[in-house]
Design a protein around this ligand. Structure first.
Ligand SMILES: [Zn+2]
Length: 306
């Protein structure tokens, strides 16, 4: 096993300070943690003897409500940026790169932008597009309307007829909500963790998505998509210093901004609770055998040392 050259704790490295280096024999690698001194951006390199490298940027994006703001943001930042002003850089990258993984995901509390490749230059090319997408997206109002919601004729052949809500995320979530098990997932999150951000739907409830305004959308971006709130994750055999130099160059011009405070956990309950929800079925479908039941136990925290 040959690990890439590792820095030492306390080292200064391309605008970053190395805060910890932890050998991870079980993973045949080491974890390098670093913080960008000017902006506070965090970096974590899982250094391993593996030519398949991964570069990922994530931001904690606590949803303010059920409008799916973090999800619509994820779609929209990948719809053109200052240096790559094409409509769908994401799909261009898919077609033209040697990536082994390329995606973007909205979680309940965080949004991730990972790319992976076996070819070093390919990886940095892809990372360049992603970094520009998350820090300098165009975020035009038209993009927000297309990805989020807008009104369109209910029947395309009757352009002056009745209007209905349309939008890529809106339609995606209408599809998701038509699956009873997806509904069940959101219902239990809401019922189980009512006092936390997990009670809100970061992907978007179709009933709430049309309430999202472009102004709220833009201010969410300014607050959360800032280096001070960013976590860079790298995996593989490219030296930590090379990754940090790449990131540092792209954080030029940024100072310290907003950092999301730690997420508050749900306070334990004094007694068990139950909650119920309903879902639609076809007009001719029998209602028998269509009930879902779910039971949860509190097992403890998954956090390190908690
Ligand atoms: Zn989506």
């Amino acid at each position: 096993m040959t690990l890439p050259i590792l820095p030492k704790p306390g080292d200064a490295c391309h605008g970053f300070r190395i805060t910890a280096v932890t050998p991870l024999p079980a993973l045949r690698g080491a974890a390098v943690q670093a913080i960008h001194e000017r902006t506070g951006a965090k970096a974590f390199h899982l250094a391993a003897d593996d030519a398949e490298n991964l570069f990922s940027i994530s931001f904690p994006t606590p949803p303010p409500d059920d409008t799916g703001l973090p999800h619509i943001m994820e779609h929209s930042v990948l719809a053109g940026s200052e240096r790559f002003p094409v409509r769908e850089p994401f799909f261009e990258m898919l077609k033209m790169s040697m990536s082994t993984f390329l995606n973007a995901m909205t979680g309940p509390d965080c949004t991730y932008y990972p790319v992976a490749s076996n070819v070093r230059q390919d990886l940095f090319n892809l990372a360049d597009v992603y970094v520009d997408a998350v820090f300098h997206p165009l975020l035009a109002e038209k993009t927000f309307q297309r990805e989020g919601h807008h009104l369109a004729p209910a029947k395309p052949e009757e352009p002056a007829g009745a209007l209905t809500v349309n939008g890529i995320v809106f339609n995606e979530m209408k599809g998701a909500y038509s699956d009873p098990e997806t509904r069940l997932y959101f219902t239990w999150l809401h019922g189980l963790l009512p006092d936390t951000i997990y009670a809100r739907n970061s992907a978007g409830d179709p009933a709430a998505i049309p309430n999202l305004t472009y102004t709220t959308f833009k201010s969410f971006f300014a607050r959360y998509y800032h280096p001070s709130n960013a976590l860079f994750f790298f995996y593989g055999d490219i030296p930590t210093a090379d990754y940090l130099a790449f990131v540092n160059e792209r954080l030029a011009g940024y100072d310290r901004g907003f950092t999301v405070p730690a997420i508050v956990s749900q306070a334990p309950w004094s007694a068990p609770r139950s909650c119920e929800d309903v879902y639609p079925i076809g007009p001719d479908d029998p209602a028998t055998g269509k009930t879902y039941l779910m039971l949860h136990w509190l097992l403890g925290s998954a956090l390190n040392g908690a």
